[in-house]
Design a protein around this ligand. Sequence first.
Ligand code: SF4
Ligand code: MG
Length: 335
Amino acid sequence: KEKLLEIRNLKTSFYTHVGEVKAVGGVSIDLNKGEAIGIVGESGSGKSITMMSLMGLLSENGKIIDGEIIFEGRDLAKLSEEEMQKIRGNEIGMIFQDPMTSLNPVLTIGDQLMEPLIKHKKMSKKEAWDRAVQMLSLVGIPSPESRMKQYPHEFSGGMRQRVMIAMALACEPKLLIADEPTTALDVTIQAQILELMKELKDKINTSIILITHDLGVVADVCDRINVMYGGLVAETGSTRDIFYRPKHPYTWGLLKSIPNPKKDEKERLKPIEGQPPDLLKPPVGCPFADRCEYAMKICMQQRPPLFEVGEGHKAACWLNHPDAPKVEPPVGRGE
Ligand code: SF4
Ligand code: MG
């Protein structure tokens, strides 16, 4: 398989008045061409910051302090803002949680769709118009010609997210990054948008990184999943590995918190108790130790390395050390 993206040991910090917040503490993530991967974790896990680092969209006080982000042979961590502007929206498309903040309320949808095509692809107005209409119809917006002249407020939440996807894909990016793209939508619309992303992945052959706090969301769309916790990768593997053979207690907790429509209300949601670590003072040992019911002495003293637990499957948990006590995972469905 050909690699599209290789994030190597990325470290990103924020400098605040109280000190350095080590938001991303050394993360490595790969993405192959045509593949969809999920990055899953609670807020504060570093998943969005990892992607903002990649896009060159860190806030003023944020800085990449180590590592590489190799995208098609270039290290994005070393590019200037001017060079990144040529990549964003062109080679890399983005979708965020709330389309209203990304869409310009005073421009028609058509103008907003045509703008990147004229700017990045040097299309004429006519070419850009045709392409924009084609994109709207591709993402399932009825009567796209007349919709072109409407403003964002004239679209429903679900339709606006479809417009955002059309916009992100208009320039045929090699990579689409979607950060909580369905979180603001109701469940039915959410399922439709995810189905659409899955379809488009095959149609346009774009690689996808789907960022979410909900493991349930990535199951259908993603080939592989990276679970992040406390600014680090806790577990990485194929979607099957993560759902059927999870090897990290944090992943077990995430799996337990997926709503199960077959169970009654009380059993549906079991959020993991406790708080994520304070990244002003990252713990020396396992970042999950405070919340982990399996924590051992070594977990407090030494950070667990990413143990190889299967082909392409790794977990940063001491339970995977050959001398560790054997623990029966409370989840994992077997096959
Ligand atoms: Fe729990 Fe220890 Fe594994 Fe961390 S390394 S997840 S504290 S058992
Ligand atoms: Mg986020």
